[in-house]
Every structure is written in C-alpha cells, then in structure tokens.
Design a protein around this ligand. Structure first.
Ligand code: SAH
Ligand code: SF4
Length: 364
C-alpha cells in the first residue's frame, strides 16, 4: 500500500485536525470536502478556494487516485456497465452501474476477492486478495458519480453487493458509507444504501446496535444447515437459528425490513420443501425475499432454476404471507451479474470493451 494517505480515507474531523496542523482554520476542511464530494474534483490545483500553500500541502501529502480503470464493458442492452479497476499494489476490483427507470444504482466492492468461499460465486472462487481501504471504496462511487454527472445524472442508490464480504471489512465499509452519507460530504441518503452480508452473526448484532439507517440484506440460499453449509462454507460457524436470532435482534433494534437473498439453483435449493422451510423461518418477520436465478460462474456446475420453478417457489412463500420477488438477471453477458465479479475481463481481453466491440480508450 502507498505510504501517503488517500484523500477519500478521512472523516471530516480527521481533515480538521490536518488543516489545523498546517496552521489553517478548521473551516478549510469543509472546503476540501466540498471540492472532493460536491465538485468531484480530482486534482489539487482545482481547489481554488484554498490558499496556495494549502493546495501545495495537499498535493505533497495525499494520493488523489488509487483506482486505475483498466477495462470498461457495457451490456448489450446498455443498461448495465462495469469497470475493472487496478489497485496500486496489483489486485483488481470491479464496480457495476445499473440503470433502472428512475434509479442509477452502483454495485460496489469492499474486497478484492473474498474469503467466504461460497461455491457458486466467482469472487469466492478467487479467494481473498485483500481488503479495500475506506478511500478505495469511496473512490468507486466518485468515479461513477463523475461519469453520471457528465450526462446530467447522479448516483441515486448504492448496493454493497460487489466483490467481497462487507462485514469481513466492517470498519472500512462503514467509514466509507458514513463519508458518502455525511451532510457535508456526498450526501447520499442512508436509506438509499443496502449492505449485503453472507451472514456474519456477530457483525449483524454489532450493526444492529449502531442503529445506522443503511438497509440490510442477508444472503440465505438454503433453509437448513446442511444444505447451507454445502453452499456457504462459513455458514458452519453459525447455524440458521443463530443467524435468524441476530436478524430478529436487528429488526427489533431498528424496525427496518430485512431483505433475504436466495440464488435459485435448479434442483438444489429451489424445491417446494426448501420454500416451505424458508417460509417457516420467516413467517411474521419484517422481511422480503429476493429470488435470483443463479448466474453462471466458471467454477460451479449448478444451473439456474427455470422461470416456472422460480415462480412456484415464490408462490409458496407468498401463500405463507412472506413477500417475495423474482429478480431479473442483469449484465450476464459482461459477467456483471451477482456473484460473477472476478476481474476476468482483464485476463480475457486486455483492452477497453463496450459490449462485444473493442473501442480503445472508451470511458477512461
Ligand atoms: N458478500 C456479500 C455481498 C456480495 S455477493 C454476500 O454474499 O451477501 C452479492 C449477492 O450475490 C449475494 O446475495 C450472493 O449470495 C449472490 N451471489 C453470489 N454468487 C451468485 C451467483 N452465481 N448467482 C446469483 N447470485 C449470486
Ligand atoms: Fe463472498 Fe458474497 Fe461471494 Fe460468498 S457470495 S464468496 S460472501 S462475495
């Protein structure tokens, strides 16, 4: 890792301490934040409200960019767009932008690779390369915020569902989100952010106690412990009963609805038995189930459930009073779907890509 701090790593009080150490009044910190998070400036010389000496200190003391975009891809329907970033020490990380009717949603990463080893997930198949710093998480958002601003649009939602397990890099993801949420910073509403966890029970309890307003999603994928552990090795540590206790505690603390995610794998976890068992766990809970037909990954032979089986699974839940949605798969043609992120675009085709056509330099 580079020795200099990254401009996006610091909270406002950290900046206040730094500007004061430079012999400047504390309000200069807010001017720096305004430059970073409202104007989306990327170079120290753009910080025109600051005295020259402070601009020079900024330039000398901080990294302004840690993520180098190396490949860009847009899905054939143009609604999903993915960037592969190279980190300064070598690993890659991917960020996805999705366009919905009114939403501009970013799917951001918290780690390069992942240590949890879920068998159906391309990121898990990589193993963990390293945690991202708070600034490296924030920089993914600002990269796309600039991209959208150039088109008269802005980031409306963030889902922390890219590479990595956010609660395995807990302090960094919360610091990054708090910077993005701060009224003097990027000002993205906390309720527009969703953190998805594989189900690290102590962290769910910790998150519940913090009473932050970010939404919580829990990746379930199975309604009994044996099946779950066969898909999600880390699940062996926390039986479903403990996980559900932690989620109930979260709901009691925050009064917020929890989303459960379930990748439907043909004849593995899409049976009526699994649907009934899931309904028993969730009956009466402030919850919603997102069913996502499995996306293909190179290291797992399971197949997506056909549409009819997905509908039938959903109906069992609905009849038991558990709200449920079958999600459309998106960005599959560019490996931008859930669980498909593995930095492979680089290995396969080392140039800038849009859909299947080469357009050198696009989007950089
Ligand atoms: N580590 C976190 C967030 C990143 S994964 C988590 O596991 O929740 C985002 C979502 O994609 C999770 O619900 C995950 O289970 C799901 N997912 C992983 N691989 C998938 C695949 N091949 N098809 C569909 N969803 C998948
Ligand atoms: Fe990690 Fe989530 Fe993939 Fe599991 S599904 S390996 S927790 S990124």
């Amino acid at each position: 890792m580079a020795a200099r701090p990254h401009v996006y790593d610091w909270t406002l009080p950290q900046w206040e301490a730094w500007v004061q150490a430079q012999g400047q009044p504390a309000y200069r910190a807010r001017q720096i934040w305004e430059g970073l998070y409202r104007h989306l400036w990327t170079r120290p010389e753009q910080f025109s409200p600051l005295p020259k000496a402070l601009r020079a200190a900024l330039a000398a003391s901080f990294d302004f960019q840690r993520l180098t975009p190396e490949a860009e891809q847009a899905s054939d329907d143009r609604e999903t767009h993915k960037t592969v970033f190279r980190l300064p020490d070598g690993p890659v990380v991917e960020t996805v932008r999705m366009r919905y009717v009114r939403r501009r949603t970013l799917c951001i990463s918290t780690q390069s690779g992942c240590a949890m080893g879920c068998v159906f997930c391309a990121t898990g198949q990589l193993g963990l390369l390293r945690n991202l710093s708070p600034g490296e998480i924030v920089e993914q958002v600002l990269y796309y915020a600039r991209w959208l601003r150039a088109r008269g649009e802005r980031v409306t939602h963030i889902v922390v569902m890219g590479m990595g397990e956010p609660f395995h890099n807990y302090d960094a993801i919360l610091k990054a989100l708090d910077i993005l949420n701060h009224p003097a910073g990027f000002r993205l509403g906390a309720r527009r952010v969703t953190i998805s966890t594989v189900g690290l029970v102590p962290r769910i309890r910790q998150f519940a106690r913090e009473r932050r307003q970010y939404n919580l999603a829990v990746s379930l994928h199975a309604a009994d412990d044996d099946l779950r552990a066969s898909l999600i090795p880390v699940a062996r540590r926390w039986p479903l009963a403990d996980l559900m206790d932690a989620v109930r505690f979260y709901i009691a603390q925050t009064h917020r609805r929890v989303t459960f995610e379930w990748a439907l794998i043909h004849e593995v976890n899409d049976t009526p038995d699994q649907a009934r068992a899931l309904a028993r766990w969730l009956r009466g809970m402030l919850a919603h189930v997102n069913l996502i037909p499995l996306n293909p990954t190179p290291g797992y032979a399971g197949r997506a459930s056909p549409r009819a089986r997905a509908r039938a699974f959903c109906q069992v839940l609905e009849q038991a009073g558990v709200p449920c949605t079958v999600r459309l798969r998106r960005g599959i043609d560019i490996q931008a779907g859930c669980g498909q992120l593995a930095g492979r675009a680089l290995a396969a085709r080392p140039r800038f890509l849009v859909g299947s056509r080469l357009t050198a330099g696009e989007g950089a």
